[in-house]
Design a protein around this ligand. Structure first.
Ligand code: PMP
Length: 405
């Protein structure tokens, strides 16, 4: 009831302590707590009650290639992509993973060619600066099937898997595969975690062979650990499913239900709530003159926040006189029907002071934790800074940055 809703909406949702003006501000991880403020306002639209007897079976739909995918999550993923227009879904398999991180590993497993199985590991590459987890996740189990081979731009071999992250983590660049045109011997995996209207104009409906998405960055529910892959080829989809089966025998149904509304489940859930914000025409109640309040719209909230934060950050960098940022780019967004700037989820910040060779340790000295450019295969004069933390931490960060000149 109302009391429970109030109590749960007041409770802190993470173990991170509150910040004060002289706290250490940790913007190393891309923890998307910025979105809490939106979901606190949606009331019970995304609330979930799970009776004790439900979600007990390992299986969801034994007729589907991805037999542990809840059919309702499949439907809501397709519905959201149709609403936003950011990716094609017709003719694709939807696969679910424990975050898109698990599906990234599943893709490497599925794409490793016969030569890799016979003992020649395939090279995994991505243009620098690349997401720091790509090398770490590729190599931590020392697989005989694949191994990290660094920057795609300087790669010279002919058997490879190219990771294409667009908009790119860490620098927000819009990217395309660089190797695909050079040789037919490689495969690409498109990581589209940030291809949502709060971060970038939606300029085309992506239709690559393997596309990865996650609720972590689309709705902010990183802790729910739900990612999905859109996969064209059935044999690849089967192999990726096999990986998840061997790795974790499926994906938490409780989390899948949190992400999607289910038949018999009482409330609409996260992805459904986002689609409904853009589809539902609120009805005018009979005999009233004031229109009903518009449904909460996640991408409007996200874009407003990101525009505000990027303008504050650019002002702070300019005030400091020692930091620079990538130039703003823009494009026509087919979702909002407006020209919009890109507002990346991370700032790729460069320290221009001659005597500072390691920007991350310089900022650490001022109690700002960031991730060094070195971890992305780039110059340590750069750092990656999360733009998705809570308002209080972000405010302290920009004020402190402005004062560092
Ligand atoms: N890809 C990219 C580019 C990311 O930035 C992240 C999260 N930092 C992920 C994948 C992993 O997301 P998930 O939480 O779904 O595992």
């Amino acid at each position: 009831g109302a009391a429970r809703t109030t109590a749960s909406s007041m409770a802190p949702s993470t173990g991170k302590p509150a910040v004060t003006p002289d706290s250490v501000i940790n913007l190393d991880h891309g923890d998307p707590t910025m979105f809490e403020a939106f979901w606190r306002e949606t009331g019970d639209a995304a609330e979930l009650v799970i009776p004790g007897w439900q979600t007990m079976s390992y299986f969801s739909d034994v007729t589907n290639v991805c037999w542990f995918l809840e059919p309702e999550l499949d439907r809501q993923v397709r519905r959201l992509h149709r609403t936003v227009g950011n990716a094609a879904v017709d003719g694709y398999h939807v696969l679910v993973g424990t975050g898109s991180t698990q599906l990234f590993m599943a893709a490497l497993y599925a794409l490793a060619p016969d030569a890799a199985v016979a003992g020649q590991p395939v090279s995994v590459v991505s243009t620098a600066p690349y997401y720091s987890s790509y090398p770490a996740v590729t190599d931590f189990l020392r697989s005989g099937l694949f191994r990290w081979a660094g920057d795609a731009d300087t790669f010279a071999g002919d058997s490879y898997i190219e990771l294409v992250c667009s908009p790119n983590n860490p620098d927000g660049a819009i990217r395309e595969a660089v190797l695909a045109s050079r040789t037919g011997n490689g495969r690409a995996v498109h990581d589209l975690a940030y291809y949502w209207p709060q971060y970038t104009p939606i300029t085309k409906r992506a239709d690559h062979d393997i596309m990865l998405f996650t609720v972590s960055k689309s709705t902010g529910h990183a802790g729910t650990r739900i990612g999905w892959a859109l996969v064209k080829d059935t044999a690849i989809a089967r192999k990726m499913t096999k990986f998840v089966e061997l790795n974790t025998i499926g994906v938490s149904k409780d989390s899948q239900m949190r992400a999607a509304k289910g038949g018999g489940w009482r409330a609409a859930k996260v992805l459904a709530a986002v689609s409904e914000g853009y589809e539902r025409r609120p009805e005018q109640p009979k005999g009233t003159v004031t229109p009903p309040p518009p449904p909460p719209r996640l991408f409007d909230f996200g874009r407003r926040k990101m525009v505000e934060r990027w303008s504050m950050l650019r002002a702070a960098a300019a005030a400091s006189g020692i930091f620079s940022l990538p130039d703003e780019t823009s494009g026509y967004c087919n979702f909002t029907n407006q020209t919009a700037a890109t507002n990346p989820a991370f700032a790729w910040l460069r320290c221009d002071r001659e005597d500072v060779e390691d920007c991350a340790s310089f900022l650490r000295g001022h109690k700002i934790l960031t991730r060094s450019g070195a971890q992305f295969g780039a110059d340590p004069r750069y750092v990656r800074v999360s733009m998705l933390d809570r308002d209080d931490a972000f405010l302290i960060f920009v004020n402190r940055l402005a004062s560092l000149g």
